[in-house]
Design a protein around this ligand. Structure first.
Ligand code: ADP
Ligand code: MG
Length: 238
């Protein structure tokens, strides 16, 4: 199992520096949650780990590999987004197996991995449906299933539940937590939802304007926030 290590990560868009030298170690198997206000750099950081944004300077390691300049497909990660962009003309099973198919994996292996992901996410009865015939929660489950099928060492989630209604969010939260227990992969999860952060995280990273304000276990940050900003996000109101 692979952890993720960030060393002095800087990101500039043109003249504007938006990530100012972030150091972070996410341990193998850890569920790490990034929280912070809109625009603080959560998505940018995640996209650099995924290889979807160029890292201006610094180093990203996944397991033993320096992946700072590696292609996304070489990093051993899978990312789940807020909008789940399923292929409308493909069935659930085809959507989930598409990545492996593109990489030339044999049909029998794809079927077996799709089946396993469908079991984990209770998608078996829906495998022959098209996305249009699914609810929002079911579609997001397929997007997560697509990530599982690829068998990554590291899962990256960018606010995956923010398009779902409150009831479904609670259900999906439990489901992702169960997924983490079952497959034991390293997960980095971006949210602006305090409850999600508190209930799901082994470790919370509080970001503010492109730097890390504080890192800690949920109860440590709750009981002992370093400052008012952290307290405002996850601290106790006292
Ligand atoms: P968050 O996900 O925490 O809301 P983002 O990572 O999306 O924040 O954005 C961090 C900062 O980087 C913001 O100031 C945003 O405007 C800027 N930014 C993000 N993407 C781009 C881009 N492609 N070009 C220029 N600026 C960007
Ligand atoms: Mg974002």
């Amino acid at each position: 199992m692979s952890g993720v290590a960030l060393h002095k990560i800087v990101k500039r868009f043109g003249e504007a520096e938006v990530i100012h030298g972030v150091d972070l170690a996410v341990e193998p198997g850890e569920f790490c949650v990034f929280v912070g206000p809109s625009g603080c750099g959560k998505s940018t950081l995640l996209r650099m780990i995924a290889g979807l944004e160029v890292t201006t300077s610094g180093q990203i390691r996944i397991g033993d590999n320096d992946v700072t300049s590696a292609e996304p497909a070489e990093r051993g990660i899978a990312m789940v987004f807020q909008t789940y962009a399923l292929y409308p003309h493909m069935t659930v099973a085809e959507n989930m197996g598409f990545g492996l198919k593109m990489n030339g994996h044999p049909k029998a292996e794809i079927t077996q991995k799709v089946q396993r992901a469908a079991e984990i996410l209770k998608l078996e009865p829906l495998l022959d449906r098209k996305p249009a015939a699914l609810s929002g929660g079911q579609r997001q489950r397929v997007a997560i299933g697509r990530a599982i099928t690829r068998g990554p060492e590291v899962f990256l989630f960018d606010e995956p539940l923010s398009n779902l209604d409150a009831e479904l969010r609670v259900e999906m939260r439990a489901e992702i937590a169960r997924l983490h227990r079952e497959i034991g992969a390293t997960m980095i999860y971006v949210t602006h939802d305090q409850v999600e952060a508190m209930t799901m995280a082994d470790k919370i990273v509080v970001l503010r304007s492109g730097h890390i304000e504080q890192v800690g276990a949920p109860m440590d940050l709750y009981d002992d926030p370093d400052n008012r900003f952290v307290a405002g996000f996850i601290g106790s109101p006292a």
